[in-house]
Design a protein around this ligand. Structure first.
Ligand code: 6PG
Length: 247
């Protein structure tokens, strides 16, 4: 696999603009090739970083198929819901058909096994094509990174780091609240055509250095290694990049 590409911006406004351009370019390539764009979004601070897509005439919203990298097991209108965060930051402001946003099934919140299986079935349905591989191939996956090096809901030292079969799994013991979540697994993330980590702020500087300069530690974010020809990018601001020696 090719090495991660680190792009550092003077501030988060420039990052937001450049991220929107990058997403539009990925969208165009995907639509030219197969008529749709499949993307998976994270929670945390990421939804607000997508604001460069609002009022952007190049975005073909009706061709987007949006999934969640991870989701907190709460009702869709709950303050902790990643779907709610994305809706407030983006979907309520753009003409995306609501059927094109694939949420968890709010009827299944009491059964994590069923909930994650149901989300996996949606992926199987949406990605099953004649050229489909053992894992879905997202056009783009957007990730965040926690200060402990977690990404998605894949946490340090968790048994899910070694999951090599399921596409969607659940955790009941997330150290970042809330404890119950569902998440895409590493093989799914690593099969994407493009993966972008977005990390801003000085709270991310120390862990970004570890992930980029010492990937052998095996922290979750260092396990994001796209299968060829996939490519990983880091979109960061100067504060986050301050400690890393990475090229
Ligand atoms: C979640 C996330 C999680 C997030 C990181 C970074 O639902 O909690 O998807 O993996 O991306 O914790 O969060 P920040 O961007 O808020 O630092």
């Amino acid at each position: 696999p090719s090495a991660p590409i680190l792009i550092s911006f003077d501030n988060s406004d420039v990052l937001v603009d450049s991220l929107a351009q990058f997403i539009v370019k990925s969208q165009k390539e995907a639509i030219d090739k197969k008529g749709k764009f499949t993307v998976a979004l994270s929670g945390g601070s990421l939804p607000k970083m997508l604001r460069g897509l609002i009022d952007n005439p190049s975005v073909k919203w009706n061709k987007w198929h949006v999934f969640y990298v991870d989701e907190r097991v709460v009702p869709l209108d709950h303050a902790d819901s990643n779907h709610r965060a994305c809706t407030e930051a983006l979907f309520s402001k753009v003409p995306i058909p609501s059927d094109n946003v694939y949420t968890l099934d709010p009827e299944l919140l009491n059964d994590l096994e069923e909930l994650s299986d149901a989300y996996e079935k949606i992926l199987i349905r949406e990605f099953a094509q004649k050229d489909s591989a053992r894992f879905p191939i997202f056009d783009l996956i957007l990730l965040g990174m926690g200060p402990d090096g977690h990404t998605a809901s894949l946490f340090p030292n968790h048994e899910l780091l070694n999951e090599d079969d399921r596409w969607v799994a659940y955790v009941e013991d997330s150290p970042k609240p809330p404890p119950k979540r569902i998440t895409l697994t590493f093989p799914v993330i690593n099969h994407a055509s493009r993966i972008v980590f977005v990390a801003v702020g000085k709270e991310k500087a120390e862990i970004l250095k570890q992930i980029l300069d010492s990937p052998e530690t095996g922290l979750p974010s260092a396990r994001v290694k796209p299968v060829y020809p996939g490519q990983l990018y880091w979109f960061v601001d100067e504060a986050a990049a301050a400690k890393a020696d990475y090229p």
